[in-house]
Design a protein around this ligand. Structure first.
Ligand code: BGC
Length: 523
């Protein structure tokens, strides 16, 4: 494990390149990373792509038979809960401009494109009684356009845009969703599985459940933490596992693809070398992502013991007759274990952590935050763009990758999202720095034994950033939302990424320039 933060009095920028210091004696080994080794090669077969999601780019929210999703509903609320009052009604208009999107992928030289399917474009009623042919045609055209240029489609089956009809029945808190979701997944395998070899069942259980049903910071904006987030988590994991089993038994033999889940994981590091802080950080990691990863990847399955114990204890103290965390039955534990071919990892940032058991009234009771009872924060020294929680902390990413490898028997990891938020502008030097450092951390983790198969920047282009609207920009390509054509223009980071893909190596001294973007031969 290595770390580097403000106590070293060394700007993170230099620290990571020169020496990754043991900040706390005994706890951490020092690790020298020699920047002069640059350029460093990626292993053969390592895949590079880019990601987007349907609601964030497609637009055409009510065109050609598409029905209402929870994000359509949320964005049309009055007053608007979206930072700039915007919506994904038109977004990047990729419903009409998908050929330009594929052209950008050819410019970059991508191996694969990760995108999601809008459930409401396929099933107008949300259920399997009717299939919307126009929606199917849109995705067929996109998939065929990708394959024409040898770009592998990687489909996320569910990236947050639940049909509003299902939300009206409780959404992910209604256990019937396990069948409704898998009816939908099965139709996708049936329709597209002849050509699609990478399937992601669900994007980020943590965000869907904790933010959607706990904190109310994503649709459906429920604030039922301590119940809603946990019930959602259980149903969602079982829905994922059922889709996995259906694919594995019925479709894999003829379609021969890979199916996995994408879990968002932050890295929690102790605030000091005290045992209490170390324990607080470990508990935070288990609550943050272990809660979703252990049932699938841990050898004995189930939720992490600490998560079960803390929630059971708090529930008992609060007078509840049973734990607010709904248990898995032994059959469910078996059913869930091993249901992912890869560990799909979405990662953005690191937080420093200490325990906060004593400040009564600090958290709502009951709630996830109260169950965990920690404070986490980011050092002001860490590079931050436009998003206060996203800081460039590559050493935390390295520690997270190693932790996942060590905890789950060196599971193959596929990085399905990593990125950095800025404001508008093509000169995104901070994002260039971010990608160099994070890809450096990936190479370090590979050198130290992690089995990492691919990397996916979030995002191919700017898009609708949920409650933040268009105020946060994540794209390799900038999108001009004032132009009807939604003009896409490459940023410096796009030129960096193209060079990395061309050479299959990372040269930290390479300084990308804004020139004209072309398609290289073979793309
Ligand atoms: C989500 C994306 C989102 C990105 C940046 C991820 O959690 O999957 O949809 O845009 O983070 O916030």
């Amino acid at each position: 494990m290595y770390r580097c933060w403000s106590e070293t009095n060394m700007p993170a920028t230099y620290c990571v390149n020169i020496v990754l210091l043991a900040c706390y004696g005994g706890l951490v080994e020092s690790k020298v990373v020699d920047a002069r080794q640059s350029p460093r090669k990626f292993p053969d077969g390592f895949l590079f792509g880019a990601a987007t999601a349907a609601y964030q780019i497609e637009g055409a929210w009510n065109k050609d038979g598409k029905s209402e999703s929870i994000w359509d509903k949320t964005c049309h609320m009055v007053p608007s809960p979206i930072a700039d009052g915007s919506s994904g009604d038109i977004a990047n208009d990729s419903y009409h401009l998908y050929k330009r999107d594929v052209e950008m992928m050819r410019e970059l030289g991508l191996d694969f494109y990760r995108f999601s399917i809008a459930w409401t474009r396929i099933f107008p009623t949300a259920y399997a009684d009717k299939i919307n042919e126009a929606g199917v045609a849109y995705y067929n055209n996109l998939i065929d356009e990708l394959l024409k240029y040898n770009i592998q489609p990687m489909i996320t089956i569910y990236h947050w845009d639940l049909p509003q009809n299902i939300q009206d029945l409780g959404g992910w808190t209604n256990p019937n969703i396990i069948d409704w979701y898998t009816d939908y997944a099965r139709v996708l395998f049936e329709l597209f599985g002849d050509r699609v070899k990478y399937w992601i069942t669900v994007n980020e259980p943590r965000e869907i459940c904790r933010q959607g049903y706990g904190k109310g910071s994503l649709a459906p904006l429920y604030t039922m933490s301590g119940f809603g987030d946990y019930i959602c988590g259980k149903n969602l994991l079982l829905a994922h596992a059922k889709a996995y089993h259906i694919y594995d038994k019925e479709y894999r033999p003829k379609q021969n693809g890979t199916i996995f889940i994408s879990i968002s994981a932050a890295r929690y590091e102790p605030n000091s070398d005290s045992e209490e802080d170390i324990k607080a950080a470990e508990d935070a990691n288990m609550f943050d992502w272990g809660m979703y990863a252990h049932p699938i990847f841990f050898e004995s399955g189930d939720y992490p013991q600490i998560v079960k114990d803390r929630i059971a204890q708090k529930s008992a103290e609060q007078g509840y007759p049973r734990s607010r965390l709904p248990e898995f039955t032994p059959e469910e534990i078996d059913y869930l274990r091993g249901t992912s071919d890869l560990f799909g990892l979405n990662h953005y940032s690191t937080h420093l952590t200490y325990r906060n058991e004593s400040v009564i009234g600090y958290y709502k009771v009951p709630s996830y935050d109260d169950d965990l009872s920690i404070i986490s924060y980011a050092s002001p020294d860490w590079l931050t763009g436009s998003h206060p929680r996203i800081k460039t902390t590559p050493w935390g990413f390295y520690n997270l990758l190693r932790k996942i490898s060590e905890s789950y028997n060196n599971v193959p990891i596929f990085i399905t999202e990593n990125g950095y938020a800025t404001y508008e502008g093509l000169e995104d030097d901070d994002r260039v720095y971010h990608f160099k450092e994070y890809l450096g951390a990936v190479l370090d983790a590979i050198n130290d034994g992690s089995d990492i198969r691919g990397y996916t920047p979030w995002s191919l282009m700017d898009n609708f950033e949920w409650l933040q609207g268009y105020t946060q920009r994540f794209g390799l390509y900038e999108v001009d939302y004032s132009s009807p054509e939604r003009t896409r223009t490459p940023r410096k980071s796009a030129f960096l990424y193209k060079e990395i893909l061309r050479t299959k190596s990372l040269d930290k001294d390479y300084e990308p320039k804004l020139t004209s973007m072309t398609i290289d031969e073979g793309h």
